[in-house]
Design a protein around this ligand. Sequence first.
Ligand SMILES: Cc1cc2nc3c(=O)[nH]c(=O)nc-3n(C[C@H](O)[C@H](O)[C@H](O)COP(=O)(O)OP(=O)(O)OC[C@H]3O[C@@H](n4cnc5c(N)ncnc54)[C@H](O)[C@@H]3O)c2cc1C
Ligand SMILES: NC(=O)c1ccc[n+]([C@@H]2O[C@H](COP(=O)([O-])OP(=O)(O)OC[C@H]3O[C@@H](n4cnc5c(N)ncnc54)[C@H](OP(=O)(O)O)[C@@H]3O)[C@@H](O)[C@H]2O)c1
Length: 446
Amino acid sequence: MMHKRVCVIGAGPSGITAVKNLLDEGIEVVCYDRNNQVGGNWIFSEKESHSSVFETTHIISSKTLSQYDDFTFDDFDKTVADYPSHDELRRYFQAYAKHFALYQYIEFETLVVHCNRISNQEWEVTTEKNGVPKTESFTDLVVCNGHHWLPRWPEYSGKFTGEYLHSHQFKKAEPFKDKKVLVIGGGNSACDVAVETSRVSKKTSISWRRGYRIIPKFVFGVPSDVFAKRSNWIPIRIRQVLNGIMMRILLGKNELYGLQEPDTKIGETHPTVNDELLYKLRHGKVHPKVDVDRFDGKTVYFKDDSSEEFDAVIACTGFILTHPFFDKDFLDYSEGDVPLYLKMFHPEYQNLYFVGMFQPLGCIWPGSELQSKIMALELTGKWQRPKNIKQLCEREVTHPHYKQIKTPRHTITVDYGLFRKSLLKYLPKDYVSKKPASQVAEEALL
Ligand SMILES: Cc1cc2nc3c(=O)[nH]c(=O)nc-3n(C[C@H](O)[C@H](O)[C@H](O)COP(=O)(O)OP(=O)(O)OC[C@H]3O[C@@H](n4cnc5c(N)ncnc54)[C@H](O)[C@@H]3O)c2cc1C
Ligand SMILES: NC(=O)c1ccc[n+]([C@@H]2O[C@H](COP(=O)([O-])OP(=O)(O)OC[C@H]3O[C@@H](n4cnc5c(N)ncnc54)[C@H](OP(=O)(O)O)[C@@H]3O)[C@@H](O)[C@H]2O)c1
């Protein structure tokens, strides 16, 4: 087989598992990251950066279902809480990189600026470090640049003249002390941000453009995703109805909290998991509002004809899926369908892989780990992608796991249980490999 030299873009949770699994198969790899450390989104910084987490962020997928098979939380630190904080996660990812001796393969503070596909065996990758450009040649490219960092701003007529920011720029609640704050959105950022600002603000309101079900972090004392996993054997359509009924019994109708009722089943919008929002609403700390209509100075007009003055508006309206290092006419997934088999194989470009570019009802990096293992097997010729790859890519678009509402955030959703099953189909039973590649090589020589 031709010698492979693979470029990985990004050393976040997806990039490090891509590097690890390529090394396990003896493949030459170079990873570039514009940050100065491993961790991607989980490197909190008070300054605006790649990361979109804030001071108090804890994950919404529980640790039981948010760990690599090769390096579990028990392998890292048995005392980690059910829902680790951003800092515990950063340390977990850095411990993974250290354990598998990945640092020597990662070039930090190096931005990938352009990727040019020359042929099925060659990429030209141009990077920039300290303003100095460099172009290198690789056989294959693995994209792990994350999809929660470029803000998607809402558009309204008029201009808001108070403080206007996106959740990507929200770092902590303290600057909003004694201010009147409006948070826009019904996703996890919006609900987390509203809860946080409500602790210090004069008044916090949250504007939803539709009704959402708020899923608690625990059900009957068990993390909700662990609880939900027990019903994975039930077909999705039935599960959606049953889980909807259970949520209604546990929490009651949204109208009890002044919120709009959802007109979707669970999974038809990306789940919002939050234990505090409903409590804050019933304690008068967060005030529900409908969709924004327009801005005029510091006044916000809502679609129910009400209006109110605010000091700050925080748009928690999601992120754009972007790959700025590709020419737009080569590849652009920022809008519309994303036809990739297993969310990683392109229908035509065989030496291009995406790892971690899916939105699970569950956690991203365990899926990235399995994707990486399949990729590494293909690159060493131990596995071949199905011949009908084009049809399979189309099928991912026409047969999604969930029939979600058509809004920009719903183009790469997977049900984690089903996705995992599809990935495992292509892996041997003993796919878990807990030893660093260097140690395995040393032991083989003895
Ligand atoms: C507030 C918040 C909470 C979240 N909570 C959860 C959760 O509970 N569970 C979950 O599964 N997911 C969660 N996510 C989703 C999050 O995207 C994933 O957890 C995870 O970070 C994905 O890992 P990744 O490596 O694919 O991307 P990222 O973590 O975004 O890492 C991408 C890496 O690529 C680098 N990079 C990007 N572009 C370039 C370039 N051009 N050149 C060089 N380097 C580049 C970046 O510096 C970064 O290190 C959350 C997201 C947010 C914003
Ligand atoms: N604690 C945590 O672990 C945590 C915290 C934050 C985020 N996250 C994760 O990070 C990712 C991004 O979450 P996110 O909440 O930032 O974004 P998101 O999931 O894309 O949600 C964006 C929200 O804004 C709404 N919206 C979009 N455009 C709008 C507009 N023009 N006007 C009004 N509303 C608009 C969306 O409505 P529609 O329903 O109509 O699309 C949705 O309610 C998700 O994977 C999420 O789970 C996790």
